[in-house]
Ligand binder design. Structure first.
Ligand code: DOR
Ligand code: ZN
Length: 451
């Protein structure tokens, strides 16, 4: 039995505002579910722990479709334990663990192992992502059916870190996964266009003499895959959209290809969804001038006009959700010269604050919009039925409490992650996760993980 199955004590959250709207309320939780919501001091508090939440906003727990937990194989960078702790501190109640582990999660035994470890840790629901191709080699389809039918119930497949570049293989993956009701999450990067690439192909890479990663390498794969999703009836999810051009491709795909209009449309005609990372919403390639590899990521940081296009697309729903691409790395893989450094950045504990900085404080999203892009929509895309739910009586009590007025300074060394490669180091960011609750049990409170 996982620790999340243990019966939890009843709790009354006193004085928080759901979605930051209306008057403060009290919210009672019994046995993992919300059992009452009413005006402050109106609820029966018998036997309940009372948690003061005046001034706080309560949101559904966040769902991250793109997390690297590194276990098995790189437990020096992150483990399911430390990654889950980081997720809980960041307000997450579910994460999707990418398949590029060592060995690769390309079979039922491996995904069940990750799923079981996640349950044992019990801080967050860990859903393993299965690899699309055997060993991420891009040559043969992995046993998607076996992974879907395993205890882990895999519902998303991805070779993330690498692109499924062969169009025939991608076609087959979309066909096969659609019979399983599963989604293919594509890391869109035409490898022939990014040989040796080190940074966004533009002014800054040119000045520093770094080989460029052109926007077209992403956009061409996204365009191709939207057509393939349409043709096959498969479900395509585009990982970490990074360019304004990709936004235009997604806009075109949704507007012009019948059936690519989201889950309400007929399943037969395919579906396209997309995510954006917090770092691509905020950071730009002018950071390259320091040559600090903490800024190296794949896809690379782009230009200011790209970040602005990504923000508008997220606000409009052309991009469905935020996903962290939390990518912890051990010091020897990151604190080295630029060319040798691995791409990737921490993201779980800073995601909410970066979304508030780029989307809420700019007037692009309200708090209900934050709930949509960080919780409801990602849960819906992969068919989770107990996450991303409304804050209402009878619903699971998987919740995040946020202080909207807080400011804090990011310190990688204070993170629960084993790694400290945060690009937000030293930045003062708005809003803070105060507590996270998974099915009625606090997993994090006041910056501490509750195991
Ligand atoms: O920056 C990245 N890091 N992009 C990816 O696609 C993979 C990830 C990793 O695994 O470190
Ligand atoms: Zn990726």
């Amino acid at each position: 039995m996982s620790s999340t199955d243990l019966v939890s004590t009843p709790v009354v959250l006193r004085g928080a505002r759901p979605y930051g709207e209306g008057e403060p309320v009290d919210l009672r939780v019994d046995e993992g579910r919300i059992t009452a919501i009413g005006p402050v001091d109106s609820l029966d508090t018998t036997g309940a722990e009372i948690v003061e939440a005046a001034g706080l906003i309560v949101l559904p727990g966040f769902v991250d479709l793109h997390t690297h937990l590194r276990e098995p194989g790189r437990e020096d960078a992150e483990t399911i334990d430390t990654g889950s702790a980081s997720a809980a501190l960041g307000g997450y109640t579910a994460v999707f663990a990418m398949a590029n582990t060592d060995p690769v999660a390309d079979n039922a035994v491996l995904v069940e192992h990750v799923w079981r470890r996640g349950r044992e840790v019990g801080l967050v629901d860990v859903h393993p992502v299965g690899a699309v191709t055997v060993g991420l080699a891009g040559e043969r389809l992995a046993e998607l059916g076996g992974m879907a039918a395993s205890q882990a119930g895999v519902r998303m497949f991805s070779d993330d870190g690498l692109c499924v570049a062969d169009p025939l293989l991608m076609r087959r993956a979309l066909e096969y996964s659609s019979t399983l009701g599963a989604t293919i999450a594509q890391h869109a990067e035409e490898p022939r266009l990014t040989v040796g690439a080190q940074a966004h192909e533009g002014e800054h890479a040119a000045l520093l003499g770094l080989a460029g990663w052109p926007a077209a390498a992403e956009e061409s794969i996204v365009a191709r895959d939207c057509l393939l999703a349409h043709h096959t009836g498969g479900r395509l999810h585009v990982c970490h959209v990074s360019t304004a051009g990709t936004v235009e491709v997604l806009r075109w795909a949704r507007a012009s290809l019948s059936g690519l209009r989201g889950p309400a449309a007929s399943g037969r005609r395919g579906r396209v969804s997309a995510e954006v990372t917090p770092h691509h919403l905020l950071l730009t390639d002018d950071r390259l001038s320091t040559y600090d590899p903490v800024n190296k990521v794949n896809p690379p940081l782009r230009t200011e006009s790209d970040t602005l296009a990504l923000r508008s697309a997220l606000a409009e729903g052309v991009i469905d959700c935020v996903a962290t691409d939390h990518a912890p790395h051990a010091p020897q893989d990151k604190d080295c010269e630029w060319a040798a450094a691995r791409p990737g950045m921490l993201g779980l504990e800073t995601a909410l604050s970066v979304v508030v900085e780029t989307m809420v404080n700019t007037g692009l999203l309200d708090w209900r919009g934050v709930a949509r892009v960080m919780s409801e929509r990602p849960a819906e895309l992969v068919g989770l039925t107990d996450q991303g739910r409304p804050i209402a009586v009878g619903e699971p009590a998987s919740l995040t409490l946020v202080d909207p007025t807080a400011h804090w300074t990011v310190r990688g060394t204070e993170s629960a992650s084993l790694a400290d490669n945060t690009p937000f180091e030293g930045m003062r960011l708005p809003a803070r996760v105060v507590a996270t609750m998974l099915r009625g049990r606090f997993t994090a409170q006041d910056g501490k993980v509750l195991g």
